[in-house]
Design a protein around this ligand. Structure first.
Ligand SMILES: NC(=O)CC[C@H](N)C(=O)O
Length: 304
């Protein structure tokens, strides 16, 4: 069990890196976030949460929501129905690239790039009467915080600047791999991305990934095998085309979002969340990755 002092030390060690990355600016609502924020939280499989820095402050979870979407899809569909429509391979391209979708007949490489997450959102839309409401219910329960909500400003702003995601969805539709109404599914997808959660909330919500599929409240979300498979996909594709560098430096399954959050998992032990809004070239939190790297070194823990 890491000491609180270690988490504080990790935050202070990366503070000098502030200024080296760039806050996401593709929508005004994200561009205005304070670039100086730094937070880290861990939750152990026993349910203890510890944090340092701005770990209680909610931020836009963005692509970290792709983990919740896939988890929810696994509870609603046969696995074969999911994997017929999305692959399991790293993309080696930026998270919002269209190139592979065209070259590979509308089947996205994995569920953690935008194309893959849009297919998953399409699957959720088809099976759930009120997917946005259901997602909120699931996430609130997972972290035990009823105050979790969507940031309407972020969701609306994403929708206003949705050309690229809409293009990806329509391209997949042209190949027959997108069944719902594009605008309706985009609305749901952008809402999932706009979830506002703190490092503490996210480390608590993700504990099932460290705990063989069982949440903090003792409920099974996915099977033990599915949890291992999810962690494998996170290790190979959770950080987009930065997944190799992340595996090399941090050595944990992880998922990033352009809001500057990253969740990471030490199976059997703990879920971690870091937050620092400035991103590196791949769109992953620059100081966040450094925090996880220090933590993994100090704990002497990684999956490899
Ligand atoms: N990498 C991300 O966090 C991307 C999420 C963002 N909302 C998008 O769809 O482009």
């Amino acid at each position: 069990m890491p000491e609180l002092a270690l988490l504080q030390q990790v935050v202070e060690r990366v503070r000098p890196l502030l200024g080296q990355g760039k806050v996401a600016d593709y929508i005004p609502a994200l561009a205005s976030v304070d670039a100086g924020k730094l937070g880290i939280a861990i939750t152990t499989v026993e349910g203890v949460t510890l944090g340092a820095g701005d770990y209680l402050e909610p931020f836009s979870i963005q692509s970290i929501s792709k983990v919740f979407s896939l988890t929810l899809a696994l509870t609603l569909y046969e696995e074969s129905e999911i994997w017929a429509r999305v692959g399991k391979e790293p993309s080696g391209h930026s998270f919002n690239s269209l190139v592979q979708v065209e070259l590979e007949s509308g089947i996205p490489r994995n569920p953690f790039i935008n194309a893959g997450a849009l297919v998953i959102a399409d699957l959720l839309q088809a099976r759930l009467g009120a997917p946005k409401h259901r997602m909120l219910e699931v996430v609130r329960k997972l972290c035990g915080n009823e105050r979790i909500s969507y940031d309407r400003l972020v969701a609306d702003s994403e929708y206003q600047f949705s050309a690229r995601n809409a293009a990806i969805a329509y391209l997949m539709k042209s190949f027959g791999n997108f069944h719902g109404d594009v605008n309706t599914v985009l609305q749901s997808y952008f809402h999932y991305c706009s979830l506002q959660m703190s490092c503490a909330d996210l480390s608590r919500a993700m504990i099932y990934l460290a705990n063989r599929g069982v949440s903090l409240t003792g409920e099974r979300l996915i099977t033990q095998v599915q949890t291992r498979q999810m962690n494998a996909l996170l290790a190979t594709s959770g950080l987009y085309d930065g997944a190799g560098e992340f595996a090399y430096r941090v050595g944990m399954p992880g998922k990033s979002g352009v809001g500057g959050g990253i969740i990471a998992v030490i199976p059997g032990d703990m879920a971690i969340c870091v937050w620092s809004p400035e991103l590196d070239k791949q769109g992953n939190s620059l100081a966040g990755t450094a925090m996880l790297e220090h933590l993994s070194q100090e704990l002497g823990r990684c999956i490899f």
